[in-house]
Design a protein around this ligand. Structure first.
Ligand code: C2E
Ligand code: CA
Ligand code: CA
Length: 576
């Protein structure tokens, strides 16, 4: 990583279980179990009370031991390996770890564990719940579990609109209280499930009364009891926690985190069992596009904050106010072109500060300051005024009129009088509102959702269109965004850059374009600089582009000339 790059903000450390246990292959299982339980803390012993208040959460367990010989990782012993023994004659006293462990074991070199996404994908691909980390010498240094990964991701952000129903497993393996534990173990091993829900039939409905996990069985195996004769009732865990199908996944996540449990049941109106949610159900929500988005949002935030801080320190806030009074700001215009028809279909207004002392200052150097002070409000109003007057002027000069996109900062967007203000300028300039488009960033959509939705509706009612700017860097879940009535998505430059060579960007971008079209949003690619990028985008269904390939942002007189003389097809021939 170069020194200018911001370090990855999601730390990998929280995803590693700090406590893990190692054992030798020749250890007897009885000893191995003892060691595992020492590392894992106590079992939770609650017999009857069904109330959450009476529940004492146990520590988060890792439920596995790493098998080590001569300092080398040679296998892993999981609860599943132990449960498999129930139906054999073997006991924990007379069986050694090497006879039941899973070997060879898939592990990850700790140096390669730079990215949670990769660890998660590996676990998902192989359908396992523990991923040992090793050093160069293949000696273990930690374990990643599905639970620890889940904790490390900040899921809350994009779980908001998802419901338990969408992620639960419908086909649950059930047993009743009189099923023998031997039979249960057999079911769990053959079906490869980590738990069974115990139900009781009440009025012809299956009512969940307990849950049996691999851990519950292992606990009794260790006591050398005859499991064939032991009834489920004796070993099941209670209380059983449940959610409703329309509960938000945020609640599921919170519940599992607070109570330190790994499964919840989903019940219907009459308390009947509908499904189950496990940690792997939750983890499956982390699709690659979303993870990429989360990593980006943190990286961006940090770099933005650093920039803001440096600039604020220079005390530029007041200078800006004076600059506005002295009329030192101006708008530059950058065209957006439909490369299929060759027509300019819109233009983005980009603010510039022409300082008499320092020359032209790009917005990245003063917008962050403006956003951190209230200065963005008067500046934003001035920008909106300018854009509307420009549309009016095209009208008056009998020039072609194209929609102008105006960037609206989050702070400006949350102003309650924004809509009233826009309506006033539209009335004053007598322009058709269809020529005004607002560009908003994704981050807006995850904060104050209600206010945002309300503003969106009011703006739509005025006849104004909305574009989501820098798409892909912030939130990146179209499933979530479709709740907002906007018209276009602007694909961020970081995805467009070298898209024809960068396979990761290409995969993300093509997925975004496809989803956007399915949902009926227009896609605009920004920052297109080369013919190769442009061709790639067109081949994959994105026909509207903005970027230096067409033109840099231009002052208005130059832009007007550009617009009148523009011929994409002859231009693009020339640029080859
Ligand atoms: P943005 O909204 O993502 O604007 C696109 C930026 O990419 C512009 O930078 C534009 O000049 C630049 N760009 C366009 N095509 C290319 C290309 O092919 N290659 C490269 N390397 N860059 C390209 P600019 O004008 O410096 O603006 C930077 C940011 O400042 C904008 O990003 C926007 O977030 C903010 N900004 C600009 N004008 C305004 C404004 O009027 N109001 C607000 N609130 N923010 C503004
Ligand atoms: Ca923009
Ligand atoms: Ca942008």
């Amino acid at each position: 990583m170069s020194s200018t790059e911001t370090p990855m903000m999601i730390e990998v450390e929280p995803a590693i279980c700090s406590e893990y246990c190692t054992i030798a292959p020749t250890t007897f299982l009885s000893e191995a179990i003892f060691k595992m339980s020492q590392t894992q803390g106590n079992y939770c012993d609650i017999s009857s009370p069904k109330k959450k208040e009476n529940y004492i959460p146990t520590r988060q367990h890792i439920s596995c031991a790493l098998v080590v010989e001569n300092d080398q990782l040679i296998g892993i012993l999981t609860e599943r390996d132990l449960v498999k023994l129930v139906n054999t004659k073997a006991t924990f006293q007379n069986t050694k770890v090497k006879d039941v462990m899973t070997s060879p074991v898939i592990s990850l070199k700790v140096e390669e564990f730079t990215d949670l996404f990769m660890a998660y994908n590996l676990m998902r691909r192989h359908r396992f719940r523990h991923l040992p980390l090793v050093n160069q010498q293949n000696s273990p240094v930690g374990v990643v579990t599905l639970g620890s990964l889940r904790q490390a991701f900040h899921l809350g952000y994009f779980l908001r609109f998802r419901q338990a129903e969408e992620i639960m497993t419908h086909q649950v393996i059930c047993a009743n209280i009189s099923t023998s534990v031997g039979e249960l173990a057999n079911i769990m091993t053959t079906q490869r499930v980590s738990c069974v829900v115990v139900v009781e039939n009440q009025n012809n409905l299956p009512i969940p009364v307990g849950i049996v996990t691999e851990r519950d069985i292992v606990q009794f195996q260790a006591m050398e009891l005859n499991l064939e004769q032991l009834k489920t009732e004796k070993i099941m865990s209670q209380p059983i926690f449940s959610v409703k199908p329309d509960d938000s996944v945020v609640i599921v996540h919170q519940c599992m985190t607070e109570l330190k449990i790994r499964r919840l049941v989903v019940t219907g109106k009459n308390g009947e069992l509908l499904g189950i949610i496990t940690e792997s159900n939750l983890s499956q929500l982390l699709d690659p596009i979303e993870i990429y988005g989360i990593l980006e949002i943190f990286r961006r935030r940090v770099s933005q904050l650093e920039k803001d801080k440096a600039i604020l320190l220079q005390g530029k806030g007041l200078e800006l106010q004076k600059a506005l009074e002295n009329n030192e700001f101006c708008l530059y215009y950058q065209p957006q072109v439909n490369i299929k028809t060759g027509k300019i279909i819109g233009v983005e207004a980009l603010v510039r500060w022409l300082s008499p002392e320092k020359g032209m200052i790009p917005p990245n150097q003063f917008i962050p300051v403006a956003e951190n002070t209230d200065f963005i409000i008067p500046l934003g109003k001035w920008i909106l005024d300018q854009a509307c007057f420009q549309i009016k002027q095209w009208q008056e000069l009998n020039l072609p009129i194209i929609p102008i996109s105006v960037n609206i900062s989050p702070r400006q967007f949350c102003q309650t009088d924004l809509v009233t203000y826009i309506k006033e300028i539209i009335d004053k300039t007598e322009i058709d509102p269809c020529y005004l488009k607002l560009e908003l960033t994704e981050s807006l959509l995850v904060e104050d959702v209600e206010i945002t939705l309300d503003q969106f509706k009011k703006l739509k009612a005025l006849g104004i269109s909305i574009a989501i700017d820098d798409f892909g860097t912030g939130y990146a879940s179209l499933g979530y965004l479709q709740h907002f009535p906007f018209n276009s998505l602007k694909l961020d430059r970081s995805f467009v850059q070298n898209i024809h060579q960068n396979t990761k960007n290409a995969a993300i971008t093509t997925a975004i374009i496809k989803m956007a079209h399915q949902l009926d949003f227009e896609v605009i690619a920004e920052g297109v600089e080369t013919k190769e990028e442009c061709d790639f985008l067109l081949t994959h269904g994105c026909k509207i582009i903005q970027g230096y390939l067409i033109s840099q942002p231009l002052p208005i007189t130059k832009f007007n000339k550009f617009m009148l003389n523009f011929n994409y097809f002859s231009n693009s021939e020339k640029s080859i």
